[in-house]
Design a protein. Sequence first.
Length: 538
Amino acid sequence: MSGLGEQLAKLPGLLAAHVELTFLALLLGVAFSLPVGVLCARRSTAGRVVLGLVNVLQTIPSLALLASMVALLSSFGFWPALLALFVYSMLPVLRNTVTGIKAVDADVIEAATGLGMSPRQLLFRVELPLAAPLIVAGIRTSTVWVVGTATLSTPVGQPSLGNFIFSGLQTRNFSAVLVGCCSAALLAVVLDAALAGVERSLARRRPRLAGAWALSTILVLGFGSLAPLALSADRDTGAAVTPRAAGRASSTRTSTIRVGSKAFTEQYVLAAAATQLLEKAGFAVDRRESLGSTVAFDALRTGNIDLYVDYSGTLWSNVLGRKGTAPAWQVLDETCGALAERFNVRCLGPLGFENAYAFAMRRDRARDRSIETLADLSRAAPELDFGTDLEFLDRPEWKSVQRAYALRFKKVVPFDPAFMYQAVAQGDVDVITAFSSDARIEALDLVVLEDSRHALPPYDAVILLSASAALDRRIESALDPMLRRIDARTMRMANLLADRSVDKRTPDEAAAWLLERLEPRSQGVKGQASSRPVSDER
């Protein structure tokens, strides 16, 4: 199947999840904003306060609001995404309701009052009908906002059209990005056109035609939510159920395991590898991909997912709050012990390779400036531009590197990891924070600078299990082929295979390739030594 065909096969389920989330958020937003808007129009002081508060909420960046809802609700996926989108849907409807009611001509109000209309009759027979076109215009604006913002719900565990965009950017699969962007844009255009028909009909005082347009809007939303059911699609992952998978599920699967992954190539490959091993053992698997780093751990801790791969240095610094660093064995042992004691999370074991933070430059630029180590870099840093992933500057590792080497760059530019390597290759920045299992280091002929003072902690990849999954020996047995058997070079090659700009394989195909190359337990691990200095964010 072509790259575009592969993505279109996933579209029904993800579109259904996206439409359902959009529809419910808009429904709640309109149901809340209309009566509050009427109240605000009646009481000017209260109206200014409420509108001011909603304006403030609207200024919160989308991802920050989604993360806040996760913390507020202590849950992941649908409910925090719905609450965040509900907040974003309010302002246009609320503001247009207040403006529309206040814009009703005073002479019309006076005439209606003179005819003996009660305040209730005045509202429903005069003010709301006259304000209706403006209110629907607000709903149109809110609809477009919500459809677009819903794509950002993926990192908090809610499937949406954003799954295409996040995974496509990380694996450089632009067919996936195209499908995600075009689908979201088309959905917004279709809904906006239907609501525009409602608005025009109300403006022309043609309520029946307005009702027909409103019905068409409902049908669009209903078709988007229900059509995938007819196609036997998986609503959570967006992956169609193949006859082979369906046949296996009917007889052997006994329970469903939720496998999480962060939003970068290596994580997609490892989640796919774990999925294939678990399915072979008879489990059904629900993949929750593109989760934020902290979201993934919190989801595991609270039982919203059953397992995912993390890195010892990330857990050491971000979860346990440890300062400084230690030998790799000590970081791994102390981290696993603390996770079990404090969070009831089990480290099933290391995979055998390390995906550490490292500083990398183009080979020619490093040679021209005689830079081989971070100590050398510190001398040249005031003349260099530094590119980094979006979270590194807020991580303890950056503070540790600054303390050890006193790095002060001319300019610091945060990037999405999907674009960071391209930026250094093109010369837009001079040095980047690379990741040691990323094959693009070799593919782009970058040189990794030596951390002679060991400011960066080790980052051994480990499988983490939730408290409930840790009790199931079948899971441990199923995943055993991955433990301590994946060396750094093999992981780099698997990551490179999943990079669609280099190879045309999917993360699932790269995972199958990876599993085929794992050695039997009796032969040990070849080349297991960590490669501190060839994916993406931790």
